[in-house]
Design a protein around this ligand. Structure first.
Ligand code: SF4
Length: 434
């Protein structure tokens, strides 16, 4: 019998949970260093008590930056087996979380399979599922219907849920008044907005927030406060709509903490590079250090087909400035549901961003692998280089495709290999170039 509800409740009671022990080990921290951070809400350990195969992770700006992979079927791409293959590929490539954004058919069996088999954190967006769960049009759903879906996801064992609690009826006027270029681009945010305009009622996730928090406390579901007004283009970045919602997310963070519910806060969006660090600082102040989960940010609007790169640039800057969790972006962003290769490209790009930021932030142990890679490169030990590589498969394939005349070098410089020449020169050996 657990003597606590959530990881935060346990930390506040001074109880070291098995999940906290594992996270401390992974982060090269002592348990007594991590415990107060979980108690204060600066680190979350999303771990639904029913997700029994979970290998837990901590999310916080002082820990290794984590990455999330969005998957799930849609009406146009509805093969559950392909989606499960992507999940396992994502886990093997180092994803720390999978968000199931399925928006077609009966979603519960896939969600249950995920919870039963997936060792990484699983997140969902209950409002996406509401329409398909009830098979009724959005306008006919009631506030109770939405809350029942949150409960269903909690009972299924989901570790974190994105809830668009921050937009209210006031947002409707603001969106109309401020005339954003891209209005609302958050899928969940647009559904809440549409429901409010069609029913004339207040946002149910805001109005019944306390009831939702009670469900989250019961199962230890971490709330990820969705940013419905995240900018969908550079022109909308850091505008009144975005900041006004952020202020409300700060208030909602405090209310969740009062009930020992763990909270992350979601962030932008499309943001010019010069505004990213400021966005992170403002969020940290307004949301009192709650972990920030950024969707990108994409640093330019003009690279469809390459948005894994625009997002990795923004993600690296964001994570260095305090974001704790990066949502991956694939080359298919803005274009189509990602296929297996898109998923791989997106994960690798996000992992590069996260790792680069961890090195810059001085996260414990982050640079060790880079130092090992440098050692392997210095002695031209290719096998050791593959062991250090983020994507050894691609690296090996490129080398094999253009193999060098001399095994120890590569076909870039051949006998002009600087590394080989230096090794020989320092060892007093003769260097034959021609
Ligand atoms: S050949 Fe050039 S690129 Fe290749 S390992 Fe040597 S120095 Fe590096």
């Amino acid at each position: 019998m657990r003597e606590y509800t959530t990881q935060m409740d346990a930390a506040r009671k001074g109880i070291i949970t098995p999940e906290l022990t594992k996270v401390a080990e992974k982060e090269h921290m002592r348990e007594d260093e991590l415990l107060p951070l979980v108690a204060e809400g600066k680190v979350v350990i999303p771990a639904n008590k029913l997700h029994t195969c979970l290998n837990p992770e901590g999310i916080g700006s002082m820990l290794q930056t984590k990455i999330n992979v969005n998957l799930g079927i849609s009406r146009d791409c509805k093969d559950y087996d392909i989606e499960m293959k992507k999940v396992m590929e994502a886990v093997n490539l180092g994803a720390h979380a999978i968000m199931d954004l399925s928006s077609h058919g009966n979603t519960e069996p896939f969600r249950k399979k995920l919870i039963a088999e997936c060792p990484v954190m699983v997140g969902t967006v209950p409002i996406y599922d509401s329409v398909i769960h009830y098979q009724r049009d959005l306008a006919t759903l009631t506030a109770k219907d939405f809350i029942d879906v949150v409960r269903l996801h909690a009972e299924n064992g989901v570790d974190f849920v994105t809830l668009h609690c921050g937009i209210t009826r006031k947002t409707i006027d603001q969106i109309k008044k401020h005339k954003r270029k891209m209005n609302i681009v958050s899928r969940g945010g647009s559904l809440v907005f549409a429901w409010m305009t069609m029913t004339g009622e207040e946002n149910p996730f805001y109005e019944y927030y306390d009831e939702i928090l009670d469900i989250c406390a019961e199962y230890d579901v971490t709330v990820s406060l969705g940013d419905a007004c995240r900018p969908g283009c550079l022109a909308d970045a850091t505008d009144v709509c975005q900041i006004e919602e952020l202020v409300r997310l700060g208030e909602l963070t405090k209310r969740a903490w009062e009930k020992n519910v763990q909270v992350m806060v979601e962030g932008p969006g499309h943001v010019p590079m010069d505004q990213i660090a400021a966005n992170m600082k403002v969020q940290q102040t307004i949301c009192m250090g709650a972990p920030f989960y950024v969707l990108g940010p994409l640093v330019t609007d003009i690279a469809p087909g390459y948005d894994h790169i625009t997002a990795a640039i923004g993600g690296a800057i964001a994570a260095q400035a305090g974001a704790a969790f990066l949502c991956y972006v694939t080359p298919a962003e803005h274009l189509a549901l990602p296929n297996v290769d898109d998923v791989k490209q997106g994960i690798i790009a996000s992992k590069i961003a996260a790792h680069a930021a961890d090195i810059a932030k001085g996260v414990r142990g982050a640079r060790d692998i880079d130092d090992k890679m440098a050692d392997a490169r210095r002695v031209l030990d290719w096998d050791k280089q593959w062991e250090c590589a983020l994507d050894p498969e691609t690296a090996k394939a490129i080398r094999a495709d253009r193999s060098p005349e001399h095994e120890d070098t590569c076909s870039m410089c051949g006998k002009f290999c600087a590394v080989r020449s230096m090794n020989k020169a320092l060892a007093g050996e003769y260097i034959d170039i021609l």
